[in-house]
Design a protein around this ligand. Structure first.
Ligand SMILES: Cc1cc2nc3c(=O)[nH]c(=O)nc-3n(C[C@H](O)[C@H](O)[C@H](O)COP(=O)(O)O)c2cc1C
Length: 346
């Protein structure tokens, strides 16, 4: 596929997420879990510390700005710069959008040079795992990490999106082996993620057998890629596959609950439809070491770094407040602590 098509596609995605109706499914799946409110928390709010250490870096709280964009386009460059500046300022993690475009269009690299804006914090690169069945390989992943100056790389799995895309790559045969090769050959952290349909136990067992150590469930409930791809198709040709499947997948909390049994073998990240600090705390209680959030940052990042910081600070305030109301004053006591759940409807 030409770089022009990939570049155009990235801009179309941004426009659709920003403007089209109902892309954020707002399913509030985390509301089906209630936590133990403490009327007597017996701790001092001023001492509540949500910071954590992960992959050798210290974060102010477990937020990951999930992968969104990159390409040869001034708006895209601005979005990535504002996200990276805000991640550095607030000390949270950030992942770049897919770097596939740089292999066709070197001019797109500029948009991924985000280490200059975020010299200290945790940064990740990103590539579609399906490309390992097409033209990319471990060397491409190395390059994608170098261009970002990243601490690791996300390999995303998006079978639903690829089917809905008219130009999608749909041969997923043998992909687990190829992912395993990258994990073995790459001297960096590899995180395998979905993009909004979640991970099942069968997926995770396959990935564990390939030595994968980090998995981001990226479940359903938030951004729907099926719906985005539906809106990208010009005209109404009567093909409503993207609408039929818009809510397909495993809700993020459900995916985290199912995968809890692998907690000694993998580090889990939770993303997909997390929309406030309470959702984030619930994800951590369900075993997520990092909480990924994408679309709520898009519009602020189109405006300014300050607008992104405001959203991050709000999430942090909500996260700290939830910890306080649970009587928990440090991250370690929160992580995986399912005794804090008073009722789960899963
Ligand atoms: C505009 C936009 C572009 C995205 N591009 C990518 C991408 O290139 N690679 C990827 O792994 N995920 C991508 N995602 C998916 C997100 O990283 C995330 O997994 C998903 O949106 C669920 O999070 P949310 O509900 O908080 O938006 C993108 C999301 C958005 C909103």
């Amino acid at each position: 596929m030409s770089d022009d098509t990939i570049n155009t596609r990235k801009t179309e995605h941004i426009n659709i997420v920003d403007k089209a109706h109902g892309i954020d499914r707002k399913k509030a799946y985390f509301d089906l879990i209630r936590l133990h409110h403490r009327a007597l928390p017996e701790i001092d709010y001023s001492g509540v510390d949500p910071s954590l250490s992960i992959m050798g870096k210290q974060l102010s709280f477990p937020l990951l700005i999930s992968s969104m964009t990159g390409g040869e386009n001034s708006l895209i460059e601005k979005i990535n710069m504002n996200l990276a500046l805000a991640a550095q300022e607030t000390n949270v993690a950030m992942a770049a959008g897919s770097l596939r475009v740089i292999f066709d269009n070197p001019k797109a690299e500029k948009s991924f040079h985000i280490r200059q804006y975020a010299p200290d914090t945790l940064l990740f690169s990103n590539i579609g795992a399906i490309q390992l069945n097409c033209e990319l390989n471990t060397e491409s992943c190395k390059k994608a990490i170098d261009v970002v100056g990243a601490d690791g790389i996300f390999l995303h799995l998006n079978p639903l999106q690829e089917v809905i895309q008219p130009e999608g790559d749909t041969n997923f045969r043998g992909l687990a082996d190829k992912i395993g090769n990258v994990v073995r050959e790459l001297d960096s952290n590899v995180i395998v993620k979905e993009v909004g349909s979640g991970m099942s136990c069968s997926d995770v067992e396959l990935l564990i057998s390939q030595n994968v150590k980090y998995i981001d469930v990226a479940g359903s409930g938030g951004t729907s890629w099926s719906r985005i791809e539906h809106f990208r198709q010009p005209g109404d040709d009567g093909n409503s596959l993207g609408i039929t499947f818009e809510d397909w997948g495993i809700p993020t909390p459900e995916s985290l609950i199912q995968l809890n049994k692998y907690k000694d073998k993998i580090t889990l990240f939770g993303s997909g439809g997390l929309r406030n600090g309470i959702d984030m705390v619930k994800a951590v209680i369900l075993g997520a070491s990092l909480c990924g959030i994408a679309s709520p940052f898009l519009r602020p990042a189109m405006n300014s770094c300050e607008d992104v910081i405001k959203v991050i600070e709000q999430f942090k305030l909500e996260f700290k407040t939830t910890m306080f109301l649970l009587g928990i004053d440090n991250f370690k006591d929160l992580m995986g602590n399912q005794s804090l759940i008073s009722q789960s409807y899963y």
